[in-house]
Ligand binder design. Structure first.
Ligand code: MF3
Ligand code: CO
Ligand code: CO
Length: 266
């Protein structure tokens, strides 16, 4: 609880730089999203692009993770492992989760991309995940509670007929990839720790078409929906301010293969 670090303005500047590296790489991945691309193509690109920017890909060898990025397709909830054998097909949705370490600080961000023109159900869960993150971010300011974040996500996503994964949470971030606090994507507003300016954490709701249960095979990374339904996720790294927050992984412009259906909940 009180082991949540408050970043100094100098550290926030380093977090901003790390966040901007992660988002620059993710924006460039957009150009690779098409049928025929393999998830290993994405991994190779992310690895090389991260090094070119003077950073290091945090996933590689993190608790034994074998690749430089997580690529989670369709019913894979998170921690998908890139593979030469996994070829993107028309109608797939794929979350690409990039974490860069620059000068010792982490930036962590993900989006779900559309491959071609996915099913209405796939678009629905993706847009619910996108909007869930936006609504959660709108709760963040000094004095707000951690539970306000989960409540905003849960209320919206469940109201849209989707479910919110419980088994994975957002996290404090800084010199350490995953630090306190844990940021649940479900909760009760007015409950939980009070946010303070200078706290840095991620919000990264995983939203399922079916129920929220997931499976992870023993000694393996990828998490999948137990019922085989589609799952989508978006993630930002942010810093709490007095009046709100700054999104450290803010995208400079819209993505071609995501950010495409703004009218769905207009
Ligand atoms: N980027 C993921 C997150 O949002 C964590 C991936 S851990 C890895 O927290 F080892 F799978 F890369
Ligand atoms: Co994260
Ligand atoms: Co991430």
């Amino acid at each position: 609880m009180s082991n949540v670090t408050i970043k100094s303005p100098r550290e926030v500047e380093l977090m901003r730089k790390a966040g901007q590296v992660a988002v620059a790489t993710l924006m460039a991945v957009d150009e690779l999203i098409r049928p025929g691309t393999t998830t290993e193509d994405i991994n190779r690109f992310v690895h090389d692009d991260t090094l070119k920017r003077g950073a290091r890909p945090a996933p590689l060898n993190y608790h034994g993770f074998p690749k430089s990025v997580c690529t989670s397709v369709n019913h894979v909830v998170c921690h998908g492992i890139p593979s030469e054998r996994q070829v993107l097909a028309p109608g797939d949705i794929i979350n690409v989760d990039v974490t860069s370490v620059l000068e010792g600080y982490h930036g962590d961000t993900s989006v779900t991309f559309y491959v071609g023109d996915p099913s209405p159900e796939a678009k629905h869960v993706t847009e619910v995940a996108r909007r869930s993150l936006d609504l959660a971010i709108a709760q963040v300011r000094e004095g707000a509670r951690l539970g306000d974040i989960g409540a905003a996500i849960q209320e919206f996503a469940e109201g849209q007929g989707c479910s919110v994964v419980r088994a994975f949470v957002g996290h404090g971030i800084g010199r350490i990839f995953h630090e306190a606090p844990q940021v649940s994507h479900v909760g009760r507003s007015g409950s939980g720790m009070r946010l303070k300016a200078g706290m840095c954490f991620t919000i990264e709701p995983m939203i399922n078409v079916g129920n929220y249960e997931i499976d992870v095979l023993e000694d393996q990374w990828p998490a999948v929906t137990r019922d085989g339904s589609l799952s989508a996720q978006f993630e930002h790294t942010l810093v709490v301010t007095k009046s709100g927050c700054e999104i450290l992984t803010k995208r400079p412009h819209a993505l071609k293969n995501s950010d495409r259906f703004p009218w769905l909940f207009a």
